[in-house]
Design a protein around this ligand. Sequence first.
Ligand code: KG4
Ligand code: ZN
Length: 351
Amino acid sequence: MLSLGIETSCDETALALVDEGQVLGEVLFSQVNKHSIFGGVVPEMASREHLNKLAPLWEKLLRQTGRRPEEIQVVAVARGPGLLGCLLVGLGFAKGLSLGLGSLLVGVNHLHAHLLAPGLEQKLEFPALGLLVSGGHTNIYRIDSSVDFKLLGRTLDDAAGEAFDKTARALNLPYPGGVYIDRFSSYASPDPDMFPRPYLDNKNLDFSFSGLKTAMVNHIRAHPELVLENPLEITADYRPDAQLARVCSSFSLAVADTLVIKLRRAVRQLGIQNIILAGGVAANSMLRDRISCLARDMNLRLIMPGMSLCTDNASMIAYSGEILAGQGLHHSLELEAVPRGQKIPWDYLSN
Ligand code: KG4
Ligand code: ZN
């Protein structure tokens, strides 16, 4: 089923065509440079950029794939969670196309799409435990099929990616800073005692990263020499000094350890051997390494997406839309956007 994916939930404008689980093409405009000087995403600006970029990206996608609009059977769109104005731009575009083309409209849960994304590269097996770590969410799910997700645990405050980004900001690194902390970490081995592993003394599968973030920010305040004078000095061959690298590496390890400890607990509680790691923070090398060790130790089948499928993209939206439509699920033109913090309803119509 030829499925068009539309992703505009935050600061990436992306469109992709997927057919039978194969990506035919993806076009993406990242607004990251526009927002980085503000130290975070400016919602109004992001919505305006989506509006400006969607039409040229659509034409580029058609040129690149050689497919005609009339061939598109499914128009899949990220309907939340995300920034409301940004989602509305994507939804408006999706509704117009589905109406004009007579194709099925399918609203996709952006978080579920992240977890299904590795299915574009390898076969997913269920039941699975899904660990979704992104800029806005840190969730553990039980996934019984590609359309059956049960939330088992979530962050009570900051998401893992948010903790990386806020820490990076305290170091005067560009936004989003997770990737820089990861890069700097590779230049030093971590000190396992430098930072705490937060919120483990309980039996649940929830997370709390704000204490860890504060510990790191306090450490930076106590060592102001860690703060970069000029973020522009970070070129491709930039090498951080040893002290900065060690702090970044120790912080990354504290985040990775915390995630892995709760994941191990989930495996023990549920007895599920398939693990799916997803979301922007799934690109983190320390986390990938620690989760791979856990999988080896516990004999788990671990699925990790390739780098381009970790961060926001439209292939995962197109793929999820194709799966949902394949199960006879779709939406009417009344489909609503759901902003961050609100529960996404299961409001599909079925044929
Ligand atoms: O999934 P995503 O692209 O967007 C959201 O839906 O939030 O995730 C973005 C998050 C940001 O917080 C970013 O700093 C983080 O993923 N991130 C990383 C790495 N690459 C991206 N965090 C740590 N290490 C990385 N290599
Ligand atoms: Zn995302």
